[in-house]
Design a protein. Structure first.
Length: 313
């Protein structure tokens, strides 16, 4: 197949491109390198089935004879998406519209939208099922991302209802692994980098807030299963690892796994609207996709720590 991956040089996009190439598809990767990194796709450029195009999905793009579109383009770490909030919602909202129009121009090819657990906001239901509408501040510092992604889901469903566009919406929970930008500001990359460089481990708040961390290979497997699901299910479907940790537990595990580190845990003010809990209910993904995560936290962290170690050398 000829497959377009937007955000293909990003953390998730690069793993997806690699998997699709290993299955012998032709992959066109679009990235504007706002948060995507050339080094993530270096190893793919020798494959003649791989094409990288520097481009921005907020502008209409023209491609022909596509078979699939994966829409992953968007800054995703809180510091990255808050740096230029207008650009963030434009990428989510205008980018989604442009990619759905592109699907229509290509005979309504299946299009997968990388949505997010952030659409649940600071959830009042725990764990979060897809039927939960969420608790999101529409005017806060996270809104450019949360509401941008919520609007993108709306646009997907409207294209499905009006044009029968085969949309596939996945809600991605906190994901980590190799190819994360060590500087991107997310908790897993921050804690590992701080521990490896003997700096303070910075917990925001008291560390009692929870997240459920999924290793990247599990997510990519779920993502491609969702795209190819035989029922033609639109989703949304949660993809995440339901094993929940407090942020303080994560800091302790990282320190335990880097025993040579002299880092100490310190506490910093918690940023606005930081969700207090997050854990996916993955019943739907189990039933519809026969999918569940396989990689436990320590195993995934081991691989991620090795990756970051090599980045520092
Ligand atoms: N966090 C932290 N220290 C850091 C980075 C993040 O304590 O150096 C906390 C953050 O406040 C949040 C959680 O870790 O409660 C997850 O943050 P992340 O930025 O990874 O993603 P989020 O799930 O908030 O989008």
């Amino acid at each position: 197949m000829k497959i377009l991956v937007t955000g293909g040089a990003g953390f998730l996009g690069s793993h997806l491109c690699k998997k699709l190439l290993s299955e012998k598809h032709r992959v066109i990767c679009i990235d504007n390198f706002y948060t995507g990194r050339k080094q993530n796709i270096d190893e793919l450029t020798t494959d003649t089935n791989f094409q990288i195009i520097e481009g921005d999905i907020t502008k209409p793009l023209d491609f022909e004879e596509l078979d699939r579109i994966y829409n992953l383009a968007c800054p995703a770490s809180p510091p990255a998406y808050q740096k230029d909030p207008v650009y963030t919602w434009r990428t989510s909202v205008l980018g989604m519209n442009n990619m759905l129009e592109l699907s229509r121009k290509n005979n309504n090819v299946p299009i997968l939208q990388a949505s997010t657990s952030e659409i649940y906001g600071d959830p009042l239901e725990h764990p979060q099922k897809e039927s939960y509408w969420g608790n999101v501040n529409p005017c806060g510092i996270r809104s450019c991302y949360d509401e941008g992604k919520r609007a993108a889901e709306t646009i997907c469903m409207d294209f499905f209802r009006k044009y029968q566009t085969p949309v596939r919406v996945i809600r991605i929970f906190n994901t980590y692994g190799p190819n994360m930008d060590p500087q991107d500001g997310r908790v897993v990359s921050n804690f590992i980098m701080e521990a490896l460089t003997n700096q303070d481990i910075t917990i925001y708040g008291d560390g009692s807030q929870t997240r459920s961390f999924q290793f990247v290979s599990d997510l990519i497997e779920g993502m491609t299963r969702m795209m190819e699901n035989k029922e033609g299910s639109t989703g949304p479907v949660n993809l995440g690892n339901p094993v929940e940790f407090t942020v303080k537990q994560l800091a302790e595990i990282v320190l335990e796994m880097i025993p040579e580190s002299t880092s100490k845990i310190v506490f910093r003010p918690i940023p606005g609207d930081d969700p207090k809990v997050r854990k996916p209910d993955i019943t739907l993904a189990r039933e519809k996709l026969g999918w569940e995560p396989k990689v436990p936290l320590r195993e995934g962290l081991f691989k991620t720590i090795e990756y970051f170690r090599n980045q520092i050398l």
